[in-house]
Ligand binder design. Sequence first.
Ligand code: SF4
Ligand code: SF4
Length: 154
Amino acid sequence: MIGILKSMAVTMKHALDGKTFTVEYPEQAPEVSPRFRGIHKFSQERCIWCRQCENVCPNNTIQIVMDEQRNGEQYNLHVGQCIYCRLCEEVCPTDAIILTQQFEFTGDTKHDLVYNKEQLKNVPWYKDLPDPLASREPDRGAWIGEGDGEIDYQ
Ligand code: SF4
Ligand code: SF4
């Protein structure tokens, strides 16, 4: 009984202090932690097709298809089964794959969330995500050796 009264007192204290910890989503976008792990961005220009991300992924979310000369041809992402462990980002030597803070996407089944590179370019919730390196500190873009033109993340 005393425990219930104590917990109710704590609840009332926070109910009346005027502070709110929730937002009216989706009208108001929540602020996520800087370390939040959301959907990936992949850059074909930065990728050297080493397949380390594919090998380290614990559940085959990433599939890389090579041609007969072992040139990278296709990058497939099975988004619906990703567990956002970030191992792929950590192992990538060129920052070609980076987890963003985007979490707003839906599908009826995980099979609705399988994309290849070309499809990802046209997914509404995906295509306009900014270059995630731009918001990273320190600025790791400095050593990547940018070529001419914009980095094309898919
Ligand atoms: S975050 Fe983890 S589960 Fe998702 S693609 Fe990367 S390695 Fe695989
Ligand atoms: S680890 Fe990075 S460079 Fe290697 S295949 Fe994956 S995205 Fe490309």
